[in-house]
Design a binder for this molecule. Structure first.
Ligand code: PLP
Length: 450
């Protein structure tokens, strides 16, 4: 039988994370404080443990993964690499389609890869509590689990529209000992202000971040953990691409194109950076980040300094941004409803080393359903964005009658997203375009940096 999946033993869990910073075509732009100057590491230590701050700014190419973190990763890693033979047959494509299935983690996505590392470093620094935000619920679940594994209490500010759409994500976080608060909430100044302005707001990731950061900054026993965007999170996710590279080697293959869905950029970084290392060394491989047309950060945003949150509590980050107070429509891919993007992903896109495409909600769900009906796995709506683009690449290969090897991250399963699939199957979903005038207005409110 032709193999459908390539599995690795526990001993093949990578021993190092790959840090792309020393291999970038130029140094990343520093994070800036309110005075417009680069923020010193000590300022970041108000909410992050010292080792995380060191990783954020490190130019060490290979960072050792501590053994307790590898042990935690071994609960679900290495994840399988699948060859999507049934999908290939349905598309009648000459292309080979591979996907890395990150949905096999306990939380159902790639997010625990960084959550266990962050919980470990916080515990080592003597921290007792973590706050965080969650959009789709994937990151909040992951940190709740990681908190449980490393003995930390976790409070999760969950974007209100997701809280309403996904009650069982909340149950999952609570099962792992997390406390879940719908955001905006009355617990923080940022939340109270948002509620006063728009009582029936959907909330946003940027707003939930404000609440979580505000609380962590105000308590010495509490730190903040972010599930995407920052360099250390992308670093922790590079186990994905390293394993995939090894698995393709076993299959005797190498990708022409690597595709990943993009919210804040953590699975893009995790999957693409190890291949980018090859690309910078001269190998020809195309890297593609996929985002929703309703939150088109890389494809329609400005490359500028902006805050990572609505209230402007975070440092200013050079990134593609839609404006920190841009409120994306309440699409079902909650994890992609973020106004900005990782500074590393943004830099690589700006330098022409990473492509970006935006896809609409309906074709995304159409791709998710085709994937479910051929490969059996129901993708998270975020992941279905990558499925859509992989299918488009495979169809193009058929039309051009060209062999092509496609690799994508199936960043999560959609078992908690069935209400969204229900709506799609009932014909109740639309494409949820964003309002162009809102984008223009939010871009006009970018902070002025000289
Ligand atoms: C399943 C899944 N995929 C992708 C994303 C996007 O996040 P990132 O861009 O950090 O990978 C999320 C975010 O919550 C997610 O839950």
């Amino acid at each position: 039988m032709e193999p459908h999946k390539i599995l690795l033993p526990d001993t093949d869990i990578p021993e190092h994370w790959y840090n792309i910073i020393p291999d970038l075509p130029r140094a990343p732009d520093p994070y800036l404080g309110p005075d417009g100057h680069p923020i010193p590491p000590a300022a970041m230590e108000a909410i992050f443990p010292p080792e995380i701050v060191r990783q954020e700014m490190s130019d060490q190419r290979w960072v050792p993964i501590p053994e307790p973190v590898r042990q935690a990763l071994a609960l679900w890693r290495p994840t399988p690499l699948f060859r999507a033979r049934n999908l290939e047959a349905a598309l009648e494509t000459p292309a080979k389609i591979y996907f890395k299935h990150e949905g096999v983690s306990p939380a159902g996505s790639h997010k625990p890869n960084s959550a266990v590392a962050q919980a470990y470093y916080n515990r080592e620094a003597g921290i007792r509590r973590l706050t965080t935000e969650t959009g789709a619920g994937q990151w909040g679940s992951s940190l709740s689990l990681a908190g449980q594994l490393f003995g930390l209490a976790v409070r999760v500010y969950m974007v209100r529209v997701s809280y309403q759409q996904k009650p069982f994500r909340r149950s999952m976080m609570e099962t792992w000992g997390g406390e879940v608060i719908p955001s905006p909430s009355e617990l923080t100044a940022a939340g109270r202000q948002a509620l006063a302005e728009t009582p029936d707001t959907d909330g946003s990731l940027g707003l939930a971040i404000s609440e979580a950061v505000e609380e962590a900054a105000g308590r010495s026993d509490t730190n903040y953990a972010l599930g995407s965007v920052l360099n250390h999170v992308l670093l922790h996710q590079t186990v994905i691409g390293q394993e995939a590279r090894r698995q393709l080697e076993i299959a005797g293959d190498y990708p022409d194109v690597v595709i990943a869905p993009c919210g804040g950029g953590s699975n893009v970084g995790g999957m693409c950076f190890p291949f980018l290392n090859d690309k910078l060394a001269g190998t020809s491989v195309r890297l593609v980040a996929v985002e929703p047309t309703s939150c088109p950060t890389l494809t329609r945003g400005a490359y500028a300094y902006d805050y990572g949150d609505v209230a402007g509590l975070t440092p200013m980050i050079k990134m593609y941004t839609l404006g920190h107070d841009f409120m994306p429509p309440g699409i079902h891919a909650g994890g992609l409803r973020y106004h900005g993007d990782s500074t590393l992903v943004s830099l690589l896109h700006h330098e022409g080393l990473l492509d970006a495409v935006a896809v609409e909600q309906l074709p995304t769900f159409e791709a998710g359903v085709l994937f479910a009906r051929t490969q059996g796995i129901i993708p998270a709506p975020e992941s279905a964005h990558a499925v859509r683009t992989a299918i488009d690449e495979a169809v193009l290969a058929r039309e051009e009658d060209k062999q092509r090897t496609i690799l994508f991250t199936l960043s999560g399963h959609g078992h908690f997203d069935m209400a969204a699939y229900d709506r799609y199957l009932a014909g109740e979903l639309d494409n949820d375009y964003h309002d162009g005038s809102q984008l223009k207005a939010s871009l006009a409110r970018l902070p002025q940096v000289t």
